[in-house]
Every structure is written in C-alpha cells, then in structure tokens.
Design a protein around this ligand. Structure first.
Ligand code: C5P
Length: 406
C-alpha cells in the first residue's frame, strides 16, 4: 500500500558490510511498495555478503557500486544521486562507515554521496557490542548527531556472533516508521500540536466486566499516524484497542470516559487542534463493584449515569481560554446522518464534524465519511481506507489552524 509521505520520494539507500545487509533487501522492498523511488549504493564489503541483483530486482533500478561509473553518458553518479535524494538512509551502517562519515572521508560511492548531499541522513548502526560501545564509535556517533544525522538503534538482542547484546540493526518495519518521520518533519503540520482521541471507552461495573462499544480505534490511530507524517507533534489518547501506537507519538492509555476527559484537558493547554475520534461511552454504571458479581439472580439490572461530554466541556473551556483551538468531532449515526451531525456540530461548537454511517464503519479498515464545516460546507468522500480519510481530515485541519490565526 502506498504511503503519502513516501509517495514519489527519492531515497538513496546505502548498504554497508554488516551481516544485517540482508535485512536491507526487506527495507528496500517496503519503501518501494510504499511508493518511494529507491536507489541503492553498496560498499565493497556489502557485496561480499549480498548480491546487487537482489536490490536491483526489487527497486527496478541499477545498483551503484562504483564511484567511477558514469550513471548515464556523462552524469557523475554521486553528484546526481546526492542532488536527487530526499533522504539518504544507511542501513546497516557499520562502525567503519560511521567513522568515515564523522571524519568526512570520501573514498567510495557511498561516502562521496553522503558528503555531497544536502538531504537529511539517517543511519541504522549494526555491529558487535564491543565495537558499538568503543569510545571511538561513540565519539563518531555523537559527532554525527551534532551535525543532525538521525541515528536509529542499534537494538539489543541476538548478534551474528551468537552473543547477545546491543548491536542489532533496527528491524526494517520500524526503520520505515523512522524514515516517515524524518521525511514528514517539514510537512504542512510541522511544529503544530495535535491531540487525537481514539477507540471506545470501557466503563466497569465489577473488576472484570464493563460496558463498552465496538470502536476499533483504527480511525484515531490513522489520524495520529498521518499527522505525525506531516510533521505534527501528536498526543494520542486511546481507550483499550488491539492496535500498536504509531512510533513517535506521545501515547496516553486510558480506560474510562472520565480518564479520557482528564487526559484531554491535561494535553489541551498547548494544543493547536483537538480531534475527538474516540467513541466515548455516554453512560457508565453507577456502581463499580469491588468484587466480581456472582450469578445468583435470574436477571441483573445495571443502573447507568451520564458520563461527562468531553467536547461539550471543551467548548465551554475554549470560549474563554482558547478561542483559536481547532476542534473536530465525529458523529457515528445509524439514521439521519447529516441532520444529526449538523446538530452536534452546532451544539458542541465544533469547527468540523466527520459524519460516519454506523454500523458500516465500526471496526472496518475503510470509512465512508462526510466532512461538514461551520459554514455548512460539505465534502462527501468516497469509501476510502481510513488512512486516506485521515489525510483528507488533516487537509481541513491544517487550513483551519491557519484560518483561526494560529
Ligand atoms: O454526542 P455524540 O456522542 O454522538 O458525539 C460524538 C462526538 O462527541 C465524538 O467526537 C466523540 O468523541 C465526542 N464525545 C465526547 N464525550 C462524550 C461522548 C462523545 O466528547 N461523552
């Protein structure tokens, strides 16, 4: 599946002579599948471990191995690649390449490209623990970080030698997340602070049981991920879900509506926008028993009481404290979708409401959303993957943040 922040981006992938070089094939594959254009540069040592053909087959582009090989007619390879690159990733990065980068050596295709490029550089070190911990390597890494090089890993775990320790290359999937963050850092939401809520809340009536709903959290998590990819600092406040929080977001786990309210208000003071994608339970049991309820009676009546309406409270707070905060709500409706969504937008004084028909969208990977703004403007989206719906919502949020004078 293509990923917007990677779509059409030119990534130069430097592969050096660590045994983790085979994992760089998977990394190249993930990047290509996500829509990036990947040019691989291999060092001499890398080619002793893995064939250029592996990368060539995946990237559909010629692998660069020789500094003196002209790319096309008279194009000088390292200069061309250095100019074209949106990002230079070196994965795996050996102690040797870290030392050469730190000292500005330029004696092969990869080191010359690294020296020539103005693109951001991300390195994923992989080596034996002793080499990593050696003061020489640590000094080189510190120097590279000072210059703005992003260093990801190494991770602890099993090493090629059979030993266990710090030195494993970060896994390709996690590297893709880091790459997305680096590429997104200059996106249209750079420097903006977004608070996103996700999932349903669980309202307990004894220590093991609760009243809840079918919300999967997928929409809120997609919003958090997409906002991060556009440079935002995201606080994701989530009820219980089966999802993994996206890398690089501030994550707050909550369970009940009251906990979610408290977490939202703790995050709001320096936020530019609040997106309430969570399906907050409107009611909670009056009593949460201390011990598990026994099935003695034939029927059980649960008495419920109203939960705080977080958005209604935010509207009140906002009127006096932060009129320029952008507030987005969701309306999951099984009937009169637009009329109900519009009524909610007015009542909760929202800037934008995302109307979803239920149960169709609950738990699904796709969503059929209608975006409605305060002026009554309406955008009906086709059924789209939630990550694409998230991008459309963020397009509006980005405009609203500016419109409200932030
Ligand atoms: O009123 P209703 O629950 O249908 O409104 C949905 C919107 O209000 C969602 O954005 C949801 O996150 C938010 N909400 C809330 N507090 C509640 C219930 C819903 O902020 N107690």
């Amino acid at each position: 599946m293509t990923i917007k922040v990677l779509q059409g981006k030119h990534i130069v992938l430097g592969v050096t002579g660590s045994i983790a070089a085979y994992k760089a094939v998977a990394l190249a594959s993930h990047l290509v599948q996500a829509g990036a254009v990947v040019d691989v540069i291999m060092t001499e040592a890398a080619m002793k471990l893995i064939q250029p053909l592996s990368f060539q087959a995946i990237t559909h582009r010629q692998v660069q191995t020789d500094m003196f090989h002209l790319l096309a007619e008279t194009e000088i390879g390292h200069v061309t690649l250095a100019k074209q690159a949106d990002l230079l990733v070196i994965a795996p990065a050996t102690a040797n390449i870290l030392a050469r980068l730190a000292h500005g050596l330029a004696d092969d295709m990869l080191s010359t490209t690294a020296l020539a490029t103005a693109a951001p550089i991300l390195v994923a070190p992989a080596m034996e623990t002793g080499m990593w911990e050696n003061p020489a390597t640590q000094e080189n890494v510190a120097r590279l970080k000072e210059r703005g090089v992003v260093v990801v890993g190494p991770e602890p775990g099993y090493l090629a030698s059979g030993a266990s320790g710090l030195g494993r290359m970060t896994e390709p999937e996690a590297l893709v997340e880091h790459i997305r963050m680096v590429l997104g850092a200059r996106g249209d939401l750079a420097g903006r602070r977004l608070v996103v809520t996700a999932g349903g809340t669980h309202e307990p009536f004894d220590p093991v049981r609760f009243v809840g709903n079918h919300s999967s959290g997928k929409m809120g998590y997609a919003l958090a991920e997409a906002a991060r990819d556009r440079g935002a600092q995201v606080t994701l406040i989530s009820g219980p879900t089966a999802l993994t929080p996206p890398l690089g977001v501030n994550f707050t786990q909550v369970r009940t509506a009251q906990q979610m309210r408290d977490a939202v208000f703790a995050a709001l003071p320096d936020a530019d926008a609040l997106i309430m994608a969570a399906a907050v339970a409107d009611y909670r049991p009056v009593v949460a028993a201390e011990h598990k309820l026994k099935k003695t009676a034939d029927s059980l009546i649960l008495e419920l009481q109203r939960n705080p309406d977080i958005l209604a409270e935010v509207a009140q707070w906002q009127a006096t404290s932060r009129p320029n905060l952008v507030v987005v709500g969701f309306a999951a409706e099984s009937e009169d979708l637009i009329a109900n969504a519009w009524a909610k937008l007015e009542k909760k004084r929202l800037d934008l409401i995302v109307a979803n028909p239920v149960p169709e969208t609950f738990g699904e990977d796709r969503s059929q959303a209608i975006l409605i703004n305060r002026e009554g403007g309406m955008i009906q989206l086709d059924p789209l993957p939630k990550i694409d719906v998230a991008e459309r919502i963020l397009d509006r949020v980005s405009e609203l943040i500016i419109d409200k004078g932030n």
